[in-house]
Design a protein around this ligand. Structure first.
Ligand SMILES: C[S@@+](CC[C@H](N)C(=O)[O-])C[C@H]1O[C@@H](n2cnc3c(N)ncnc32)[C@H](O)[C@@H]1O
Length: 211
């Protein structure tokens, strides 16, 4: 009787060097659409979404080593083959490594607010970041942002609404798998909701034609 080969497991952890001259089909071994989560933390959201959508590919970027390792371990333990995690600076990745017009969705949930004025320059959402991120979206792609920090959220919403290639769409989107008022259940969202904080959300779509 022929021996069955053990099914080889994909490598979940991506080395930052693999992001040079990145090709999504080479990274995932298929040409499925790719969704990116910036600052995925422990990847509670990313893991559930990847499990629910095996027809899509998911990359989570996380800078903090402890969360990065936790996220990799989670994907490996659950045997979710369509997710990859990399430890790198998402801002740098978006500006110079992410292939242009290649993402079908971008998720940014609870970006660090850096509340002190002198630290605002560390915030992810800056005009140059938004410009580069829009260029990474395919026409028609969705960009969803959620924050518990009202002041930072207003700045983010202004930046996104002011971009000529973005149009606002409802956050709840059954086609996208988000029902009205449904929690995304990111790790920070769960914690902040328990503390009674309000959650602010916005979703944008890259226009199909340039304006
Ligand atoms: C407040 S936590 C939110 C984590 C997760 N999105 C959630 O909602 O549970 C923000 C995360 O973004 C990560 N982060 C912040 N700046 C980053 C950057 N430039 N590149 C990659 N990750 C970043 C932090 O390490 C942290 O884990």
């Amino acid at each position: 009787m022929a021996e069955t080969q053990p099914k080889s497991r994909p490598q979940i952890a991506v080395a930052p060097s693999e992001l040079e001259a990145l090709r999504w089909d080479a990274l995932f071994g298929n040409d499925h659409d790719v969704e990116l989560e910036i600052g995925c933390g422990k990847a509670g959201f990313l893991l559930r979404r990847a499990q629910a959508h095996p027809e899509l590919n998911f990359l989570g970027i996380e800078w903090a080593n402890e969360f990065y390792r936790f996220a990799v371990d989670r994907f490996e333990r659950w045997g979710v083959p369509n997710g990859r995690i990399v430890r790198t600076d998402a801002s740098q990745f978006i500006r110079s490594q992410c292939p242009r017009e290649s993402l079908s969705a971008l998720h940014v949930y609870h970006p660090d607010p850096w509340p002190k004025t002198r630290h605002h320059k560390r915030r992810l959402f800056q005009p140059a970041f938004v410009e580069a991120a829009v260029a990474c979206l395919k026409p028609g792609a969705r960009w969803a942002v959620q924050s518990d920090h009202a002041e930072y959220f207003e700045i983010i919403a202004c930046l996104l609404r002011a971009h000529p290639q973005l149009e606002e769409i409802p956050f709840a989107d059954p086609d996208f798998g988000v029902e009205a008022d449904e929690s995304l259940r990111t790790n920070f969202e769960i914690k902040y909701v328990r503390e009674g904080r309000s959650i602010h959300r916005i979703a944008m779509r890259r226009r199909l034609t340039a304006t």
